[in-house]
Design a protein. Structure first.
Ligand code: 5GP
Ligand code: MN
Length: 339
């Protein structure tokens, strides 16, 4: 594998050759890390006079729309023709916070067929082969890596207060408020630099954590009170959520953010799984403590993947079947992967 510095140099050279139209793509169901990285990169490109568009295959949750360049993002749900055209015209496509075009929903087809140079900036293991792959699974978040990339190429002076806020959103949310994946001193040096560049932590915290509506609290409350089950034999909590419940509590994108982490606050629960019945398919979210690799569980049986302690997957089966599959694969997973 190439050194990170070499990969950043490849990007530096590519940009120096001249780039006119950039497209920036986060993953499907974008989270704080994906969205923060997109907004920060857009800000950098604006500062160096490179034209950019952020394309999303679905919607950015409301609580992340305060970041400077997110309101101008174009959703493929609203403007598929424009997304197609911009992907065709692009000479560089940044794939942020995901390791494969398969995580781009309906944009995948446009990105695959574009002649643009493709650049991954990401922290998930096993990235796809692309023209430039800037990947480090040791960092807390793509936003942390984005800071390294951007300051290596343009120097610290390029960081604005808006960029600092965007990058901090990713670092903070991907680490559960600096709880996990955040033991490297470098992460805190970067946060210190962001503060020096004008990061407004209170402003970010207010938008990310204090803009809930009451229906989100009730949906979470209902799930914890009435739906959470703890397995009899394994330290696993499972929370199924039906479409009917989402409708009943007026679900909006982002309303379930963070719920899957809550069962891990119980001393003898090591794995938490949220199983949500969505429009087309059932979505699974896995979280774990310590060295229980839930990404292997997601990858082996649920068409997914992710990080050792935070992974996801999806199934084209009825909710009840998916729940049964989780129970059926639990002994296999613990036997094969948990030492
Ligand atoms: P979440 O539970 O927040 O949706 O996802 C947690 C992590 O799991 C994400 O950061 C992402 O790395 C990974 N992930 C979620 N869904 C999928 C999926 O369908 N496929 C893969 N490969 N990874 C996923
Ligand atoms: Mn991330």
């Amino acid at each position: 594998m190439k050194e990170l510095n070499e990969c950043i140099d490849e990007l530096r050279f590519r940009l120096a050759e001249g780039v006119k139209n950039v497209v920036i793509v986060p993953h499907i169901s974008p989270d704080g890390d994906a969205v923060g990285a997109c907004s920060a990169l857009a800000e950098v490109l604006s500062r160096v006079d490179i034209k950019w568009n952020i394309l999303t295959c679905d919607r950015v949750p409301e609580y992340l729309r305060f970041l400077k360049h997110i309101p101008s993002a174009i959703s493929n749900l609203d403007k598929p023709e424009l997304c197609k055209q911009l992907s065709e015209e692009a000479d560089l496509i940044f794939m942020l916070d995901h390791n494969s075009v398969r995580r781009e929903g309906d944009l995948e087809y446009f990105v695959r067929n574009s002649k643009a140079h493709r650049v991954i900036i990401d922290h998930h293991p096993e990235p796809d082969a692309q023209n430039i792959v800037i990947s480090d699974s040791q960092v807390s978040s793509t936003c942390e890596l984005m800071y390294v990339v951007v300051t290596s190429i343009w120097g610290k002076e390029i960081i604005t207060a808006d960029m600092a806020n965007s990058l901090y959103v990713g670092i903070n949310t991907d680490t559960g408020g600096l709880c996990h994946n955040s033991s490297r001193p470098e992460t805190y040096r970067i946060i210190a630099s962001l503060l020096e560049a004008g990061l407004n932590k209170e402003f970010v915290h207010k938008h990310v954590y204090q803009m809930n509506n009451i229906s989100r609290l009730r949906l979470i409350g209902n799930t914890l009170l009435n739906k959470l089950q703890v397995d009899e034999h394994y330290p696993v909590a499972i929370m199924p959520i039906t479409k009917e419940e989402l409708d009943r509590y007026g679900y909006k994108d982002g309303d379930l953010e963070g719920l899957v982490n809550i069962p891990l606050s119980v001393h003898n629960i090591e794995v938490s799984i949220q199983i949500t019945e969505r429009k087309e398919r059932v979505k699974l979210s896995f979280r774990s403590k310590g060295n229980i690799p839930v990404n292997e569980w997601a990858k082996a049986w649920f068409n997914g993947g992710g990080h050792i302690n935070a992974a996801g997957g999806q199934m084209d089966l009825p909710l009840e079947k998916v729940i049964s599959k989780v129970h059926a694969t639990m002994p296999l997973f613990f036997y094969e992967y948990v030492k």
